[in-house]
Design a protein around this ligand. Structure first.
Ligand SMILES: [Ca+2]
Ligand SMILES: [Ca+2]
Length: 373
């Protein structure tokens, strides 16, 4: 079954190759309805979801089709969600529910987002790899340009100017490094424990490790055969190519009463479910365009670069390596103790002295692609 793009007329083999650009155009021009190659149409997101269900999602699982379709025809997204099982498809469905409830997202934008999600899920196999040393799931960030920093009237001045930056392809940890992983590193190397380690190692095994200096982070990465991300690599993995404000898009992290990050919100900072760190990957709606988790919130993450507030004015636009010297190292992403969502933005920059340790700073690693033999 194929889809026909109403803007350019292209007939695509599946929704994963739906034209992104035309999806964006639909959002602004309001072109509707969306026509399928069998003559059926969709004018609302609910109808669209039904068409997608018919044409794409259940092609490989026909047994489930009639049951879950019935939920959709009744407009019962919650029942649909619970009828379709686990894994990536369930995550896509949650995104449908979340986005359907956001009046600012038109049909076209929704389609474009959904196409990206399905494409992501269907190509997940080639896009991920498992690091044999620490068991981390790593996601491939493809080579190409992205928008780094903030326009002059947005963000802090240290995020200006906004530039197009090209990066070679790399892998990045899907999750922040956990206490379990850090414990393996200590066992193997005899590295000293993080500050207040006894508070964390038994009760919070799947939480991000904290209380580690930049030097500790470097030692962990080297043990695992990886390295810390450059500031540019971190930012691209968080926001994709389109300059969005947060990993999930531009809407605030609590839109529709659903939380997309662990930050300090509500009583004890726990309206999102956690007053301190959360287990990694607890906010599936907060995934980046590449599926990287907790890029906003939970813990700040050490990057490889020295911090320089004016670096963007002089940095190369291809694989910027960071300043050659400095006093502080870069931190990214915000954490559970931040109540200002300004720090959750992908472009926001933090910094600390590389020797210091905090209960809100951890790490994740990156790895170069292996050269082809
Ligand atoms: Ca919280
Ligand atoms: Ca984080």
């Amino acid at each position: 079954m194929s889809l026909k793009c109403p803007k350019c007329g292209a007939v695509n083999p599946d929704i994963a190759s739906f034209c992104w650009n035309d999806g964006e155009k639909l959002a602004t021009t309001g072109v509707s309805p969306f026509r399928f190659s069998d003559g059926s149409t969709a004018t609302t997101i609910a109808e669209l979801a039904i068409q997608i269900e018919r044409h794409v999602v259940y092609d490989s699982k026909p047994v489930l089709r009639s049951d879950s379709l019935a939920h959709l025809y009744r407009g019962d997204f919650s029942a649909w969600l619970s009828s379709i099982g686990r894994g990536d498809i369930a995550m896509i469905a949650r995104q449908i529910v979340a986005q359907e409830s956001d009046p600012n997202i038109g049909l076209g934008k929704f389609l474009a987002n959904l196409a990206g999600e399905i494409h992501q899920a269907s190509s997940e196999q080639q896009r991920t790899s498992i690091n044999p040393k620490d068991g981390a799931v790593m996601i491939l960030i493809p080579a190409g340009e992205f928008l780094m920093g903030s326009a002059d009237n947005e963000g802090y001045r240290n995020e200006n100017p906004q530039r197009k930056v090209y990066l070679d392809a790399y892998y990045i940890d899907k999750f922040e490094v956990t206490n379990v992983q850090y414990r393996e590193f200590m066992k193997a190397t005899g590295h000293e424990p993080p500050r207040d380690w006894s508070d964390y190692d038994t009760r919070r095994l799947n939480h991000p490790v904290v209380g580690i200096s930049w030097h500790d982070a470097i030692a962990y990465a080297e043990w695992a055969g990886k390295r810390l991300p450059t500031e540019a690599e971190w930012e691209k993995a968080a926001r994709g190519a389109d300059g969005r404000k947060y990993p999930w898009g531009n809407m605030p992290p609590d839109t529709g009463g659903q939380y997309r990050a662990n930050y300090k919100v509500g009583k004890y900072g726990a309206a999102d479910g956690y007053s301190n760190t959360s287990p990694v990957g607890s906010f599936p709606l907060g995934a980046s365009p590449y599926g990287v988790m907790d890029m906003a919130g939970n813990v700040w993450e050490w990057c490889a670069d020295w911090y320089d507030s004016g670096y963007y004015r002089e940095a190369p636009t291809k694989n910027p390596p960071g300043p050659s010297s400095g006093r502080h190292r870069v931190l990214r992403g915000g954490a559970w103790l931040n109540d200002d969502i300004f720090y959750l933005r992908c472009a926001a920059r933090g910094w600390h002295a590389p020797t210091l340790t905090f209960n809100y700073v951890g790490l994740r690693c990156v790895q170069n692609l292996k050269p082809r033999s």
